[in-house]
Design a protein around this ligand. Structure first.
Ligand code: DUT
Ligand code: MG
Length: 144
């Protein structure tokens, strides 16, 4: 079953997110502006999109591996979180880890959006947590 992902284009240059192949996890999102990101710096990039997600989901904003590999450009807050109830413009925080400036061009696919289920939970404060095999071990406790 396909859940509806409603998308509203709020800028004349906005393009619908692009799914390269049916079944791909992510829809690529396009920049609607040209922006230069100096080496080592980050920038907030407009997409011209507003979305209405299926109930009980979020959208994750993830990097595109091609941009990361070729230019060391990634999503600073990856995975960015688009909350189900958010109706503002989806924006992408790109960081340029490369040695050269990176030019974002209008209609460049700069990141991908993955819709994922969110488990609804009720916070319960307690003084007692169940025992487990791992216990408090972490941060390399299991060895190399
Ligand atoms: O990469 C991102 C991350 C977030 N958002 C939007 C959608 C999200 O629902 C909202 C809030 O994001 P988040 O919870 O990550 O930011 P916050 O710093 O906690 O802000 P807030 O106090 O508004 O929740 O900002 C984006 O457009 N792009
Ligand atoms: Mg928040």
């Amino acid at each position: 079953m396909l859940y509806p992902l409603k998308v509203k284009l709020i800028h004349e240059d906005a393009l619908l997110p692009y799914q390269a192949n049916e079944g791909d996890a992510g829809f690529d999102v396009y920049a609607i502006e040209n922006k230069m990101i100096p080496a080592g710096e980050s920038a907030l990039i407009r997409t011209g999109l507003q979305v209405e997600l299926p109930e009980g989901t979020e959208a994750q904003i993830r990097p595109r591996s091609g941009l990361a590999l070729r230019h060391a450009v990634t999503v600073l807050n990856s995975p960015g979180t688009i909350d189900e109830g958010y109706r503002g413009e989806v924006k992408i925080i790109l960081i340029n880890h490369g040695k050269n400036e990176f030019i974002v061009e209008k209609h460049m696919r700069i990141a991908q959006m993955v819709v994922a289920p969110v488990l609804r939970v009720k916070l319960e404060q307690t003084d007692i947590l169940s025992d487990s095999a791992r216990g408090e071990g972490g941060f390399g406790s299991s060895g190399k």
